[in-house]
Design a protein around this ligand. Structure first.
Ligand code: MLT
Length: 252
C-alpha cells in the first residue's frame, strides 16, 4: 500500500483527485467538528468551497431541515446558523439536520475531493477509526492536510502531526506493507518531533494561538482528545455521512 501526502489542498483541482482514495485532515477544526456533528445525529454534511455556493445550495431548503455552518476568520459567517466550534454541533442543534458546511480550508479540501473514489475525514478524535479504515481498504491512499490559507506555504503543523501519527500506526500494522512517499516520511518525522503532547502542540501552533485569541481555547481541548469519537465520516454519493459499522455477518 502506497501512502502519499500533500501539506495543503491548494495545488489540486477536482479532476486531479478523481479516482483517488483520500483522507482529508483539518484538525483545527473542520474534521473534528464534522465528526462530532455526525456522531450527534446530523443526517449529512455537504462541504462547499465558498459562501456563495452555500447560499445557492441551501436556497429554499434553509431553515427546517437544512442548516448552514462554518466560519471565516474563525467566527460564524453572517446569516449562518452555526459557527465552527465543535461545541455548537450538539444533539439539540444538529440531530436529523443536513448541514451545508463552509470553512476556510477544510471544506475546500473536501469539496475538491468530491469525485474521489474514496474520501474519509480524519482527525485526532477519530484517529484509530481512520487508520483501521485505511488498513481494511488495502489500497493506496493520499492524505490531504487542509493546511492554512493565506500563510507562507499554506502549512498547518497540527494537520501534519496528525497525518504523521496515522502513518506511524499504519507502519506498525503487521498485516499491511506500507510504502511511504517523501512527504509522508516528512509528516512522520514532524510527528516524532511535535507529537509528544498533542494539546501542547495545538496551543503552540499558529492556528491554535489564533483560535485562543478568538476565544476558542475550549475547542483545542476537544480537538486534542485522541480517539474520543471513534466514528468515521466518509463520502457517500455527494455528501458526507457516518460509515456504517459493518456487522459481523457483513464482515465475514
Ligand atoms: C478551516 O477549515 O479552515 C478551519 O476549520 C477553520 C477554523 O475552524 O478555524
Amino acid at each position: 500500500m502506497k501512502i502519499d501526502l500533500s501539506f495543503n489542498a491548494v495545488q489540486f483541482d477536482d479532476l486531479q483527485l478523481r479516482e483517488k482514495n483520500i483522507i482529508v485532515l483539518d484538525v483545527l477544526r473542520a474534521s473534528t467538528t464534522i465528526t462530532i456533528a455526525l456522531k450527534n445525529g446530523a443526517r449529512e454534511i455537504i462541504p462547499v468551497a465558498s459562501i456563495e455556493s452555500a447560499v445557492k445550495i441551501s436556497g429554499s431548503l434553509f431553515g427546517e431541515v437544512t442548516l448552514r455552518g462554518g466560519e471565516r476568520n474563525g467566527k460564524i459567517i453572517e446569516g449562518f446558523n452555526l459557527g465552527n466550534s465543535p461545541l455548537e454541533y450538539n444533539e439539540t442543534a444538529v440531530k436529523g439536520k443536513s448541514i451545508i458546511y463552509c470553512t476556510t480550508n477544510g471544506s475546500v479540501a473536501m469539496a475538491k475531493s468530491r469525485y474521489a473514489r474514496t474520501l474519509a475525514i480524519g482527525s485526532f478524535i477519530n484517529l484509530t477509526a481512520t487508520t483501521n479504515f485505511i488498513r481494511d481498504e488495502k489500497k493506496d491512499f493520499l492524505f490531504i492536510c487542509a493546511g492554512r490559507a493565506n500563510t507562507i506555504g499554506n502549512f498547518s503543523l497540527e494537520d501534519a502531526v496528525c497525518a504523521g501519527m496515522m502513518i506511524q500506526n499504519l507502519s506498525k500494522t503487521e498485516s499491511i506493507d506500507v510504502e511511504l512517499s517523501d512527504s509522508a516520511k516528512a509528516a512522520y518525522a514532524i510527528f516524532k518531533s511535535f507529537g509528544r503532547s498533542i494539546l501542547k502542540m495545538l496551543k503552540n501552533s499558529e492556528h491554535g494561538k489564533y483560535l485562543i485569541e478568538q476565544g476558542f481555547a475550549e475547542d483545542l481541548k476537544i480537538c486534542a482528545q485522541i480517539d474520543s469519537v471513534p466514528v468515521l465520516p466518509i463520502l457517500i454519493g455527494t455528501v458526507i455521512k457516518l460509515k456504517k459499522e459493518e456487522t459481523s455477518i457483513e464482515h465475514a
